[in-house]
Design a binder for this molecule. Structure first.
Ligand SMILES: Cc1ncc(COP(=O)(O)O)c(C=O)c1O
Length: 382
């Protein structure tokens, strides 16, 4: 997706949030006075009545330092630049393979634009490329229809965790996660009301994963354990599981009928001498029946290692591309307005249809809110 379109999409969402926030500010300011001060519970959502799972949720990894570091790290990769701004394909500054790849990707997108809607699981061409990559990596067939693309591994992991949000025989569903872990897991389990069942990595054994400890954790669990998360290579622990170890984990998952989450987002980041990354999918294929029938979802991310964008953000005031960004943004909004009017006009000309036209005042208000929000957002994260 092009940067401006990504920003545009994000902006649409954020502008919606901003407008809701701004509106609730307005409501609150109207409510100051005896009625509001007498009864704070006039608010629909308060710290007292908000979803307790959200209050429990802790997710420190997205702090301002990390965000700033990601911004500094940001450097557009060539293909991404070309698909984001196709006129670059016809310039001299890019190698032919990059141009070719960009053309292929654009050709696979509706309307030749990375901003167009795509299938929910992602663009077919990219899914095929991912499957080819997995085949090359593992030496076993991979099927493109088994590949789902998502906006970051986090989304995919959370989507799969949501499948487990269902009590069975009155017992909460639980998930085995490593301790120490990446906080996405504890936070998501808290958010979804799933039970966290920790298994301890063995610090003395280079943070190794001992199946005896998995057995201990499942035996002690006071819930219906339905899934096992393994982070390999580990974060924050950095260990790389041996092939033998992975086989044992697969057998354990098979024995206890567990859905296996193989978080392999750091598979390209194995630096230690003598360490080698083995994908769970590869080992599963090689270990064969009856173990290869377990449910396995493995996760990989473009946000790690050398291809990482780790978040493309709107340029800030004073930066060279700010003026262009604002110009493009204004053009986009103006074009959206035009289209909204066209649709409303068309419907209103049809017998039996009535469509309210977007009010220019409302549009101006939305633009002002967006402007204020953009300023606040860039200030907060600069
Ligand atoms: C172990 C682990 N899993 C998943 C993720 C999430 O990846 P993404 O940035 O693609 O959402 C991270 C991010 O740092 C991670 O460290």
């Amino acid at each position: 997706m092009s940067q401006i379109k990504m920003i545009r999409n994000a902006s649409r969402v954020l502008a919606g949030v901003a407008s809701r926030l701004e509106r609730s500010d307005v409501v609150v300011s109207h409510l100051t006075g005896p009625w509001n001060s007498r009864n704070m519970s006039s608010k629909a959502v308060t710290l007292e009545n908000v979803n307790p799972n959200i209050v429990k949720l802790e997710y420190a990894v997205r702090g301002p330092l990390v965000i700033r570091a990601a911004e500094i790290e940001k450097e557009l990769e060539k293909v991404l630049a070309c698909v984001s701004y196709p006129p670059l394909i016809d310039t001299a500054g890019f190698p032919e393979d990059v141009k070719q790849r960009a053309r292929e990707i654009l050709g696979a997108c509706g309307g030749q634009s990375v901003g167009s809607y795509s299938a929910s699981h992602g663009i077919e061409l990219i899914r095929r490329r991912v499957a080819e990559y997995i085949e090359r990596r593992d030496g076993h067939p991979a099927h493109w229809e088994d590949i789902c693309l998502s906006g970051g591994a986090s989304n995919a992991i959370k989507n799969c965790l949501q499948l487990l949000c269902n009590d069975i025989d009155g017992k909460t569903s639980g998930v085995l996660i490593p301790i120490p872990q990446y906080p996405l897991y504890s936070a998501s389990l808290a958010e979804y009301g799933l039970a966290q069942v920790g298994y301890y990595l063995d610090e003395d054994n280079n943070w190794g994963l001992d199946v005896k400890e998995l057995e201990r954790a499942i035996a002690d669990a006071d819930c219906n354990v339905r899934a096992l998360v393994v982070i390999n290579p580990g974060n924050p622990t950095g260990q790389v599981l041996t092939r033998q170890n992975i086989e044992e984990v697969i057998k354990f998952a098979h024995k206890h009928k567990l859905f296996l989450f193989a978080d392999e987002v750091y598979q390209e980041n194995v630096y230690a001498e003598g360490s080698q990354f083995f994908a769970f999918k590869k080992v599963l294929r090689e270990v064969g029946a009856p173990y290869d029938t377990i449910e396995l979802a493995s996760y990989m991310s473009a946000s790690k290692g050398y291809v990482g964008e780790c978040g493309a953000r709107p340029p800030q005031k004073g930066e060279p591309s700010y003026e262009l960004f604002m110009k493009e943004k204004t053009q986009v909004l103006a074009s959206l307005k035009q289209r909204a009017e066209l649709v409303a006009d068309s419907f209103n000309q049809m017998k039996g249809f009535k469509c309210n036209v977007v009010q220019p005042e409302l549009l101006k208000e939305m633009l002002d809110i967006f402007k204020q929000f953009h300023e606040k957002f860039t200030k907060q994260y600069s």
